[in-house]
Design a protein around this ligand. Structure first.
Ligand SMILES: NC(=O)c1ccc[n+]([C@@H]2O[C@H](COP(=O)([O-])OP(=O)(O)OC[C@H]3O[C@@H](n4cnc5c(N)ncnc54)[C@H](O)[C@@H]3O)[C@@H](O)[C@H]2O)c1
Ligand SMILES: [Zn+2]
Length: 377
């Protein structure tokens, strides 16, 4: 069909993974269509909706009503809000609840929430009865542009984040941009860092568009939808090329080696949200790229200006409550999952819109760089 899209028509991005392919549907007010979309994919299914307390209060009734309207009986499984639910205990609770609700392979798990719910409910769906179909209904900006797409599911170990998990693709992602209206502004800003990431890593035009339209993206409406759809398109394309991160998918880690170290140094706490750490991490990656002589200083300034203009931290000194020293940050980077056989691997920038993987970073150069950046408070 080539009929022009009416305003209000959702945007559909397909994740082309052969028999595991699925659609990401993006648009304002889509929650009402959740049941019909689910029923079309799984006729006769019943569902368990996994969510957290905050999202339950705001959006669970609408999700359940949409399922019921399409004849899908559902049970709710509500976990505590926050990263603490991405634990063995949280995972166990969800698994037991799915089994108690008699969710079988012909049924559905619906992950309604941010990245925490998506990751832990997705992992439960990957493992209960050796794999249940699930639908992601992301309710944070971060989840709509990042965590709900691509099939990475996980819980945390006491030794580090996301160390226990599985690749398990959803059968559908329903991103209702209206649910973001209830998101605290700080959470929206943090998710926006991942939107900027897509422009930086692979689409200079998108970065320039964000630079011109950032206010409208924050305000909602068509610009927000465009930003989310463009982000999803880029993630979908990368995931389709490299589902299990043996190559290109690692580009999505732009800002994440620096960012994770900074996030860990802040104790994975409210002091610094993940997206805030990634903003600082991207600014550092840009500066470090310039230090290595591959990125122009004007580009570094553009990156920092854009992130800071969106209210995101760009300097280590911006982190409330102080930062770890260079040696501690180095130690945290060495523990990162992205370290390959002891070699420090970074995603760096040749230009805005052109990231590359640098697998040969000299620890001494990195340490000197961090010492300098820590001094910039
Ligand atoms: N699987 C992946 O590929 C992937 C990618 C990136 C991040 N992640 C994971 O995602 C997690 C972070 O996700 P997040 O930032 O969405 O955090 P989150 O799920 O904790 O949500 C943030 C806060 O917002 C609340 N909330 C969610 N939706 C809301 C809404 N519409 N209105 C009001 N409040 C709402 C939540 O209850 C929570 O308090 C981390 O655990 C991270 O590891 C996974
Ligand atoms: Zn991230």
């Amino acid at each position: 069909m080539t009929a022009p899209l009416r305003p209000g028509d959702p945007t559909i991005v397909n994740v082309a993974l052969g028999e595991r392919a699925y659609d990401i549907v993006i648009g304002r007010g889509l929650m009402a269509s959740l049941g019909a979309r689910a029923a079309a994919l799984k006729p006769g299914a019943k569902a368990a909706v996994v969510t957290d307390q905050n999202v339950a209060r705001l959006h669970l009734d609408a999700a359940e009503a949409a399922l019921a309207a399409a004849g899908i009986a559902s049970r709710r499984v509500v976990v505590d809000a926050g990263e603490g639910s991405k634990s063995f205990a949280g995972f166990e609770r969800i698994c037991e609840a799915l089994i108690a609700a008699r969710i079988e392979r012909s049924d559905l798990v619906v992950a309604l929430g941010g990245g925490v719910v998506g990751d832990v409910a997705g992992f439960a769906a990957a493992t209960v009865r050796r794999g249940l179909d699930y639908i992601q209904v992301p309710t944070t900006l971060l989840a709509q542009v990042d965590s709900s797409v691509g099939g990475k599911t996980a819980i945390n170990s006491s030794r580090g984040k996301n160390l226990v998990g599985a690749f398990h693709q959803p059968i559908l992602v329903v991103a209702d941009t209206a649910v973001l209206d209830t998101l605290p502004p700080r959470q929206f800003r943090a998710g926006y860092a991942e939107v900027v990431k897509y422009g930086l890593l692979g689409d200079a035009g998108f970065f320039a568009w964000l630079d011109a339209n950032v206010k409208d993206v924050f305000a909602g409406g068509a610009a927000r939808e465009h930003a989310i759809a463009t982000s999803c398109r880029m993630k979908a394309a990368i995931v389709a090329r490299d589902e299990r991160e043996t190559g290109d998918r690692a580009l999505l880690n732009l800002g994440h080696t620096f960012g994770h170290a900074v996030e860990a140094a802040a104790g994975f706490s409210d002091r610094l949200l993940h997206g805030e750490a990634i903003a600082a991490g991207m600014a550092l990656a840009a500066e470090f790229s310039a230090r290595r002589g591959v990125l122009a200083p004007q580009a570094v300034a553009r990156v920092s200006r854009h992130l800071a203009g969106a209210g995101l931290p760009v300097r280590l000194g911006d982190v409330a409550g102080g930062m770890a020293d260079a040696d501690r940050l180095m130690e945290l980077m060495a523990q990162d999952k992205k370290v390959k056989r002891g070699k420090l691997t970074f995603v760096l920038l040749r230009d805005i819109g052109h990231a590359y993987i640098a697998g040969d970073v000299d620890p001494a150069q990195l340490r000197a760089f961090l010492v300098e950046k820590l001094d910039e408070r």
